[in-house]
Ligand binder design. Structure first.
Ligand code: ADP
Ligand code: MG
Length: 251
């Protein structure tokens, strides 16, 4: 099993970071892997999408020195745990920037996490700011969701360059697990073209599986459920199970 700590990152919003963190986490939990989701986005979409409220502490407290055990909560799904986010986390950005070792706070807080959890997914905000830098400094691998749209490649080179920089300066372990094409509408020429273009530019770096545009995936968070619980037989669930398989197969 290729377990480890995965960061979801893309400075663009709305590309499927949170959807991927939640549902990939749920698929692996469903497959029996103890999985932890760390919600590092002050918008707390992953937290809300799993129907969780941060009653026992949050990622903010984790960055502030609280123990991982103290801020980890169960979700409604067996094997799936979460460190929830709160909007106050936005304030941490300033504090992190003031400390010379501020980019390593999350990495320190997650030291030893692999003894407790086989997979960890860190959801990050739509920017390359201090929270995302913390996520990338703590991770073994990064998954880059890319929305299958006309400007898909825009910003991707910059993101990969930032990942390189973090690898060189802060986290030599960091590798790109893959670029994941999301919201694919196979009936449209545009989707087919974008997929071809991204594969031509990034080759093996792109996950074989693509995630279809699926109403069920978009609906699930409003019920506080991952897709495995909301509609396990949907095309979206099948796709995320396949990505989980690609990860497990040591991608
Ligand atoms: P990010 O975290 O990168 O900002 P999200 O995962 O929140 O992106 O996705 C943005 C929006 O698109 C959300 O409303 C989400 O429900 C929806 N969405 C994400 N992936 C899909 C998909 N494959 N099919 C349909 N809707 C999706
Ligand atoms: Mg998000």
């Amino acid at each position: 099993m290729a377990g480890g700590i995965y960061a979801l990152a893309n400075q663009k919003g709305g590309v499927g970071k949170t959807t991927t963190a939640v549902n990939l986490g749920a698929c692996l939990a469903e497959a029996g892997e103890r999985t932890l989701l760390v919600d590092l986005d002050p918008q707390a979409n992953a937290t809300a999408g799993l129907g969780v409220t941060a009653h026992g502490g949050s990622a903010y407290d984790l960055l502030d020195g609280a123990s991982l055990a103290a801020v980890t909560q169960r979700t409604g799904l067996r094997n799936l745990f979460i460190v929830p986010s709160v909007s106050d986390l936005a304030g941490a950005v300033v504090e992190l920037a003031q400390h010379s070792t501020g980019e390593a706070y999350l990495a320190q807080a997650l030291a030893g996490v692999s003894e407790e959890f086989s997979f960890v997914f860190i959801d990050s905000p739509p920017s390359l700011g201090p929270l995302t830098v913390n996520a990338l400094t703590a991770a073994d691998r990064v998954i880059v969701p890319v929305q299958c749209e006309y400007y898909a490649l825009e910003g991707l080179t910059q993101l990969l360059r930032s990942i390189e920089l973090i690898r060189a300066r802060l986290n030599p372990r960091l590798a790109v697990a893959g670029i994941l094409l999301t919201m694919v509408d196979a009936r449209t020429k545009l989707s087919t073209q974008v997929i071809a273009e991204v594969r031509a530019a990034f080759g093996d770096l792109v996950f074989e599986t693509t995630i279809p545009r699926s109403v069920r995936l978009a609906e699930a968070p409003s019920h506080g459920l991952p897709i495995t619980a909301y509609d396990a037989r949907s095309s979206g669930a099948a796709a995320y199970f396949r990505v989980a398989g690609e990860l497990a197969g040591c991608r």
